[in-house]
Ligand binder design. Structure first.
Ligand SMILES: Cc1ncc(C[n+]2csc(CCOP(=O)(O)OP(=O)(O)O)c2C)c(N)n1
Length: 561
């Protein structure tokens, strides 16, 4: 039976279980939008910026371990969305972006807003799929979802010319391709079991691919815990994946994120085996390629990642298992714990002891504004066991990682690669996907005005995230980098910000607005924020700039120059 390409695309999206698409409308794909609205089988979330739409789709992808879907217009629309593609590409997040294109007869003429997407997107997507033949429309979508979700997941662009949507085709719907899950080879598992049995001081880093497995099958958490306990292993969640292991579990061996504090990294470096279990391994995790050292690690390294191309790309690994990390957990559990693993208890206790000390809710008061530690610790008191926390990029995030002891039942979302602007859209996506559950977004004053306008999207669709804005009146992270590298030079001028009254700004959208000016106002302000459940809340926190991060204070004088 013949039907329009737009209708076939809509049916194909439905077949891929797409129930929500984030978009900024554009004339280049209005043929598809109108068909989707007519069918009314999925929610179109109309956003305020294409990067916001992209981040929301990326968050949705992570929440479901299915490719999230964003739809953007050609040229300017896609250009706005680039940062979300960049982030999803680095973060190994499955995402399908549908992008408009000029009419086929105009290809190559530099027609209005035309771009060569294959050239433009070659380093931010896993693939660019151009749909120029109606007969291939459904097949193209099936391929896009497959590519986005397989191996190292990532973003895939599907290019749709403006004049294709109303064309008729009798092509059949191409159903979703079954997800392929690779398991480890028996001999590799035997070798890993043997390496783990012999190790006196193993370190198990757990990362994004294991988290994706746990989204698909939550039993992965319980099995990881069993493995840690029975095999007596310290588990270290990696950069921006803190919920992979309960922070208070005695086998928690420390958070392997950006710039691990000296006490902890000093102890970690005594390890005699590192297993990266579902962690891609990046410079943030490896402490700028120093632990493990690239390209030749200073200790035996086992890398488990669902893509053989990634294993061995930067580090020379001793053993690589290109498969699902959860399959490795299950395979080890089936083999049974080695005898004598108890000898490793003092090693784990040492790591865990340092970690618990770092987690202690202690901070020094500051005079130039509230120490953000006080706010984060207060938020932690209110966080429900099933809360979602997002952070934007910036030093305020270091307080979140230092002071919030995440649990496996909670969700943490962020741009792992550290793209500013992601925190608020990701919170909106979480609030839409998990109505009635707490969602808290931590933002700096920089990030809040970069993409905070997506609070309008939250209001429009009835989502109620809490936005905690650390207003230190500067792009603090960059000020700190400048100060650390060039302590004798002035570092403030290039980073200073003049800000609005964020509480009033929030109220203007229809959100609740709360201001915290001093530590004395923290408990009441945060309690009031959590009491509002029906609309977004903006908590404007006037924070210290002297307290540059959870780990570093400006020391030359009490006030910044
Ligand atoms: C899109 C983007 N632009 C620039 C940067 C570089 N950058 C990283 S953190 C930061 C400052 C963040 O400032 P703010 O949100 O105020 O938080 P703070 O560091 O002050 O806590 C900047 C500019 C980035 N990571 N992403």
């Amino acid at each position: 039976m013949s039907q329009s390409v737009a209708r076939l695309l809509a049916e194909s999206l439905e077949a891929h279980d797409v129930d929500q698409i984030y978009c900024v409308p554009g004339e280049s794909y209005v043929g598809l939008t109108s068909a989707l609205i007519e069918r009314n089988s999925m929610r179109l979330v109309v956003c305020r910026h294409e990067a916001g739409a992209g981040y929301m789709a990326a968050a949705d992808g992570r929440l479901r371990d299915r490719a999230g879907v964003a739809m953007v217009s050609r040229g300017p629309g896609l250009s706005n969305a680039m940062v979300a593609l960049h982030s999803a590409y680095h973060d190994a997040t499955p995402l399908v972006m549908l992008i408009g294109q000029v009419e086929r007869a105009d290809f190559g003429r530099l027609a209005l807003q035309e771009q060569n997407y294959s050239r433009l997107l070659s380093d931010v997507t896993k693939g660019v799929i151009e749909v120029n033949e109606p007969v291939q429309a459904s097949e193209a979508l099936a391929r896009a979802f497959h590519l986005a979700e397989s191996g190292t997941p990532g973003p895939v662009a599907v290019i749709l010319p403006e004049d294709i949507f109303d064309e008729e085709t009798d092509a059949a719907l191409n159903p979703p391709r079954p997800r392929v899950v690779a398991g480890p080879r028996g001999e590799d598992l035997d070798r890993l079991a043997d390496m783990l049995a012999r190790a006196e001081r193993p370190l198990v880093l757990v990362g994004g691919a294991l988290l994706a497995d746990a989204v698909r099958d939550p039993a992965a958490f319980a099995d990881l815990n069993r493995l840690a306990e029975e095999w007596v292993l310290p588990i270290c969640p990696t950069h921006r994946r803190p919920q992979l292991f309960d922070a208070t579990h005695p086998n928690y061996g420390g958070y392997m994120g950006i710039r691990v504090p000296p006490d902890l990294i000093g102890e970690m470096k005594k390890a005699d085996l590192m297993v990266a279990l579902g962690e891609r391994l990046t410079d943030t995790v490896s402490q700028s390629y120093s632990f493990p050292a690239a390209p030749q690690p200073q200790l035996p390294l086992v890398h488990v990642w669902p893509d053989p191309d990634e294993i061995g790309r930067v580090w020379r690994v001793d053993l690589g298992l290109p498969c699902s990390p959860y399959e490795v957990v299950k395979g080890l559990l089936r083999r049974g714990a080695p005898t004598g693993a108890d000898r490793r208890r003092p090693w784990i206790a040492r790591l865990h002891g340092i970690h618990r000390k770092l987690l202690a809710k202690e901070w020094e008061p500051t005079e130039d504004g509230v120490n953000f530690a006080a706010i984060v610790c207060e938020v932690d008191k209110h966080l429900a066991p099933d809360a979602t926390v997002t952070t934007d990029a910036g030093n305020f995030g270091s307080f979140v990682h230092r002071y919030i002891g995440f649990r496996q039942t909670q969700i943490f979302l962020s741009s792992v690669v550290g793209a500013m602007g992601s925190g608020m859209p990701m919170a909106v996506a979480a609030a839409l996907r998990r109505p009635g559950k707490q969602v808290v977004a931590f933002l700096g004053d920089g990030g809040a005005l970069m993409m905070g306008n997506e609070i309008a999207t939250a209001c429009q669709y009835g989502a109620a995230p809490i936005m905690i804005v650390s207003d230190n009146r500067m792009y603090g992270t960059i000020g700190m980098h400048s100060y650390v590298r060039y302590p004798e030079r002035p570092f403030m001028e290039g980073t200073r910000l003049t800000n609005p009254d964020f509480a009033a700004w929030g109220r203007s959208f229809g959100a609740e607005g709360i201001t915290i000016r001093s530590e004395a106002e923290v408990a009441d302000g945060i309690a009031r924020a959590f009491a509002v459940r029906t609309r977004p809340v903006v908590v404007h926190c006037l924070t210290s700039a002297v307290q540059m991060s959870a780990w570093r204070r400006y020391t030359r004088s009490a006030t910044l120059p």
